[in-house]
Write a protein that binds this ligand. Structure first.
Ligand code: ZN
Length: 210
């Protein structure tokens, strides 16, 4: 799992925005009125700051995201590139990498999860190191993303009724030393499910869900 999206990934997306190559056709239908996304119109362009890790330095890169508007009910949507997670500056790859490192290793603590083979990433301006509390928050973010994946998963399982996938999910566990409350235990479990669901969906639909 890569540690970060690269500056090149983000520049490539920016170039697509500038050449009007980002269209609404890959978006799902409007969740409010079910209008086909082909009938969405461009609503706005918003500049967003992303944080990538270059040689263990956390560096800002700016990229424009495109917002579309449903012409049926005026609801607006952002088209998120595959390196973006809504409301997060760090790239999807970074959040997945550190989240995975924590939840998939029973021995990891938040303090050890921030460490990579090359050290702890530091902010290139402030010199501040990536904080263990940030990984704690990312685990919660991934647990919520898992909920968003449920609908896609249900459809996928209908097409693969013989899959052992659900049986495997039922066996996932979290060691007691990783939580103090039942709420956090549920969150950690959902985060573990997230990684299972993601790799399952990836095997079904790749490369779009990477
Ligand atoms: Zn609509």
């Amino acid at each position: 799992m890569p540690l970060t999206a690269t500056i090149e990934d983000i520049k490539a997306y920016q170039e697509k925005v500038e050449k009007d190559k980002i269209t609404s056709k890959d978006l799902p239908p409007c969740p409010r009125c079910n209008l086909d996304s082909l009938l969405f119109k461009i609503h706005a362009y918003r500049e967003r700051r992303f944080l990538v890790i270059v040689e263990m330095l956390i560096t800002s890169v700016y990229c424009t995201l495109v917002r579309f508007r449903c012409t049926g009910c005026n609801k607006t949507f952002t088209n998120f590139p595959d390196f973006a997670i809504p409301h997060k500056h760090y790239t999807r790859q970074t959040i997945l990498n550190f989240g995975n490192s924590y939840v998939e290793d029973d021995q990891k603590t938040y303090e050890t999860a921030v460490m990579t083979d090359d050290g702890v990433p530091e902010n290139s301006d402030s010199g501040r190191a990536l904080a263990p509390s940030t990984i704690h928050r990312w685990v919660s973010v991934l647990a919520c993303l898992n909920i968003a994946y449920q609908a896609i998963l249900a459809i996928s399982l209908q097409n693969n009724p013989s899959s052992n996938f659900l049986k495997n999910l039922a066996h996932l566990a979290v060691p007691e030393k990783k939580y103090k409350t039942h709420k956090r235990k549920r969150c950690l479990l959902r985060c573990r499910w997230f990684f299972q669901v993601e790799s399952f969906l990836e095997s079904q639909f790749s490369p779009n869900l990477q």
